[in-house]
Structure formats: C-alpha cells, structure tokens
Design a protein around this ligand. Structure first.
Ligand code: SF4
Length: 369
C-alpha cells in the first residue's frame, strides 16, 4: 500500500465540489475542531473561510507560539548542479533552456560551504536539477560526507530515488528529503512536465513512501502554487500528509508553499494566489496540524515574509542563491528562478528580532537520536 493506491480511490472532482460548497456553518464547525480533521481542513481552505481569516490568524499564531515558542529555524539552499533531464515549463533549469550548465566539484562545494558557514548557518538544503546519470546517487554519496562534516542538519531536494538509495544516503548523513508533487491534478501535471522521468506522476506521488521506508528523519511536501487551483491542491496535499503521518508516524513532516516565480522561459500562473490566499493556507495548515514545520523561501517579498512570521511559519531561508556556485560567484544566467527577498542574512535576522522572534541556526544534534 502506497499513497497512490489511496489517492486513486479519492474522487477529486467530488472533493472540489464539496470544497467550493462549504458554508459559514462548516467553517465555524471546523474552527471548533480543526486538528487532524480533513473535513475541517477543506472548510478552512474554502472561499467560505475568507471572512474568518482574522480569527484563523489569531488561533494559528497562538498555536504556533505554544508549540514552537518564538523560535524560527534558518537554513540555506546549496545548489549542487543545474543539469536537468526533464522539461518543466515553469523552471529555469528545464533541459531545453539554453543556459550555462554546471556541476560543482569538491573544491567548489567547499568554497560554497565556507561562505554559508561564515554566515552562521548550520542547516543546509542540497538542491540539484534532476539528472540521473551525471548527478545521481553516486555523486550524492560522494558529496554528502564532505558536506555533512560542516552541518548538523542536511536536507536534499533532488530527483526521486529508490528506497535502497535513500537508505545508503541516510548512512552518509542525510536527514531530510523535500519532494514536491508540484500539483496533485494529473492532467495539469502532464501539461507542465513534458519530457523526462518527472513525467511519471505516480512514481513521484509514491516517493515520500520510499523516503519514509528508508528511515529519513523528515519529509517535506509541497505544491507549486499557481499551476492549478491552489485550494484543491492544498487540500490534496493535506490528504497526502494525513496518510503519511498515519502510515509512518516516526517521521517528521514539513510543507513548503512556493508560489510560481519568473524564470528563464517560464510561464504565467494559471490561478493567481493572492497574499491573502497565502495567509489563509498557512493558517489552515497550522490549525490542521500543530507540529508541522511550515517553510517559507525567499520567493516572497521582505514585507510579506516579515508579516507571515507570526502565523505559522517555522523555517525560512535568508540570503539565498538559486544557482550552483552562486555564493562564491553570482551569475544570474545560472538561476533556477528569481528571488524576491534579496536582503542579506543580517537584515533578515534584525527584522525577525524586531518582530519578537528568536533566529535559530541549530536546533538539531545527531546525539539526540
Ligand atoms: S523543476 Fe526540477 S525537474 Fe523540473 S526542470 Fe526544474 S530542476 Fe528539472
């Protein structure tokens, strides 16, 4: 049994109809019992919940403060490579894009690591395009021990791997895997993923099962907001999260809520998610799941990021580069997408402190396992 078996039994059109038919009474009931309840999550994501946004925000802020205190985890992405054997029409790394391609070697990785460490970071997210042959498990197995020496927590956002490959990487220091479904609507998924292994919707859908079975500490889910109806995609991600938590209760979970950003050859969002909609999503997920990590990247503007801190976000990146080698030698031709919050780390930290938050660079130690 994997999530795809479960997913195939869901009537997605029926869920969509119920989502849009939610009433004020459904939202009021959901606010009474939001935790772990998918019917409540549906009501809280619906248009009927919009007039209750202030109430949702206050509850979400209170729950987040109770569970996480004033702490906000900081991490930085390290782009290992921008080679990719897939065609995703929203991404600057798509194989047909005529950009410079690069795979970092040991020396270049260590140069990036030096800069990231000098900024105080102790949690890192390793990112690469999806290129099985040139940037596959052999490359990851080589670079992981090199990087792990310098960081307490190492996450990866790369192509889906086999269970046995994840197991191998766990022994080399892998702590977390981010694997975003992009959209849970299979027809939309097919439209945006037109070449390469990523076309396999079901294989991607079952990747978190394989990650959990390999004993990885944390799994990150996400949808690319703008590809399809964000309310429905968010609800289906809630179903995915609910399934995983029941099936693999030892694993920790996080979600990311990236909005479509401009990039080389990129597309416009089909469905615009407003700032208000993003707030509703964050609050709905915090009310649904009190221990969930919610991650916010530099895709969002400084003003919005600062205002979202209190509502449920628990992790954020700051001073990010989205290109291989970008901390040492910035080159915009290598970017995956444009970022909106370009503030240096010190400025983000000052803003966090001004809002009463405590920036945490390290909240994890292997000895606690
Ligand atoms: S989204 Fe990922 S798989 Fe798709 S082109 Fe970009 S890097 Fe490659």
């Amino acid at each position: 049994m994997t999530f795809s078996n479960h997913f195939n039994q869901l009537n997605v059109d029926d869920l969509s109809m119920k989502l849009y038919a939610s009433t004020s009474a459904d939202v009021e009931r959901a606010l009474q019992q939001p935790s772990g309840n998918l019917t409540s999550l549906m009501a809280l994501l619906s248009p009927a919940a919009e007039p209750y946004l202030e109430q949702m925000a206050q509850s979400a802020a209170q729950i987040t403060r109770q569970r996480f205190g004033a702490n906000l985890g900081l991490y930085l992405p390290l782009y290992l490579s921008n080679l990719c054997a897939n065609e995703c029409d929203y991404c600057g790394f798509s194989m047909s894009n005529k950009i410079k391609r690069k795979i970092l070697n040991d020396e270049e990785i260590l140069a990036e690591v030096d800069i990231i460490k000098s900024r105080g970071f102790d949690s890192i997210l390793l990112v690469s395009g999806e290129h099985e042959t040139k940037v596959g498990v052999e490359y990851f197995s080589h670079v992981l021990p090199l990087i792990k020496q310098h960081f307490s927590y190492v996450a990866m956002e790369v192509q889906p791997l086999k269970t046995i490959e994840y197991q191998r990487l766990v022994t080399l220091g892998l702590d977390a895997v981010m694997v975003y479904q992009e959209t849970y609507r299979s027809h939309t998924y097919a439209k945006h993923h037109t070449r390469g292994n990523k076309q396999d919707f079901i294989h991607r859908l079952d990747t978190p099962d394989r990650v959990a079975q390999a004993g990885v500490d944390k799994i990150g889910l996400g949808v690319l907001l703008g590809l399809d109806d964000w309310r429905l995609d968010a609800l289906l991600m809630g179903y995915h999260l609910d399934y995983l938590e029941r099936q693999y209760w030892r694993t920790r979970y996080s979600i990311s809520l990236p909005r479509l950003r401009p990039c080389t050859g990129g597309i416009e969002p089909k469905v615009l998610l407003t700032d208000k909609g993003l707030v509703q999503m964050i609050c709905a997920f915090r009310l649904f799941n009190q221990q969930l990590d919610i991650s916010l990247s530099t895709r969002e503007t400084p003003e919005l990021r600062d205002n979202l801190l209190a509502l449920g976000v628990t992790q954020l990146s700051a001073g990010s580069s989205t290109q291989p080698g970008g901390y040492q030698q910035p080159d915009s031709q290598l970017d995956q997408f444009d970022i909106s919050d370009e503030r240096p780390v010190a400025e983000v930290i000052a803003a966090m402190k001004n809002h009463g938050f405590n920036p945490v660079f390290k909240d994890w130690e292997n000895g606690w396992r």
